[in-house]
Design a binder for this molecule. Sequence first.
Ligand code: ADP
Ligand code: MG
Length: 385
Amino acid sequence: MSEELQLHEQGEKIFVSIRLRPLQDKARNRICDWECVNNDTIVFKNSLPERSMFPAAYTFDRVFDSESNTIQVYEEGAKHIALSVLEASIFAYGQTSSGKTYTMRGITEYAVSDIYDCIERQEERDFVVKFCAMEIYNEAVRDLLSPDSYPLRVLDDPERGTVVEKLTEVALRDRDHLHELLTICEAQRQIGETALNETSSRSHQILRLTIESSAREYAGAGNSSILAASVNFVDLAGSERASQTSAAGTRLKEGCHINRSLLTLGTVIRKLSKGRTGHVPYRDSKLTRILQNALGGNARTAIICTMSPERIHVEQSRNTLLFAKCAREVRTNAQVNLIMSDKALVKQLQRELARLEKEMRSLGSASVKGDTAGVLREKEKLIGQ
Ligand code: ADP
Ligand code: MG
């Protein structure tokens, strides 16, 4: 992937696109009020009386009309983010049944395929690809790769940032292995859905792929650092929850109806869109804690906002566009692609050194074997370098 290694300017914007779902069969005779007039502008073309209260045209990085297919959405709206060899995140945002899951399934598949193509082209490096998957429902984080459904704790790690404790991480054998795991995740998600009504529209799913690579032939300490990149694929809960709960104050009392993660995501995006002044409440929800880096930190981000075209959904569609407008103002700060830095490597070697020293002490200084001492000297030399 080295040809794609690049340092990005500070303050890169989130890449925001809109995807209009086709009218559904049973709704064929209904009217679609939205039209993508070109590559980046969507227009509300209907003549409802209250029309004048809202802007008619909305411009984004890219808009996809209902004719476009997912490969196009991927190629033009997500690929450059997914393959940027950094911490990257791709979100789908929109009301229930607007096409988030449909879109993310395709995007994940195309991205994985491209990532593996990249890996196979890189003969001089060794790759380890790891995968984990989680679902956040009612502020409980569940491992989608484990049959246990107990909630996992979210912890702060001084080195790695926010981590989900005991989350299963699987090192992938090949792309087929990933497909197997994706099937497991989907099944797990469906089990939840039948157990708890409506789970899928109220839960967030995060799939995370981590790609670590190291030079195949050891060529001195300079080349020994491990490059790591990760991609998060995020299928968010239906956005109608957020707007309903914030619009009707009474609902806030009904604990189970509040999607705290989605509300907080909205607040975080709004705050970030106004520049990074003041407090950004990442810590108010599990979703924003886990994705803090993706939202305002060291990451490249794309958001695909999906819209239902039917007139009955016009209010939700407008809310989606407002969210998308806000998201477009957010600047992330992606610049580092070395996840295991030389500093971390030195730390790792120091730990190894300490371990060897301990081993030696337990053997007793008299019985120190020449080769152990040799390894130790080698390590010390490495750290020095
Ligand atoms: P969400 O995840 O936002 O609730 P889904 O992805 O489940 O919505 O989509 C709802 C329905 O619409 C599904 O049956 C899906 O197959 C269909 N659908 C969504 N987007 C498209 C699209 N772009 N083209 C064709 N069918 C779509
Ligand atoms: Mg869905």
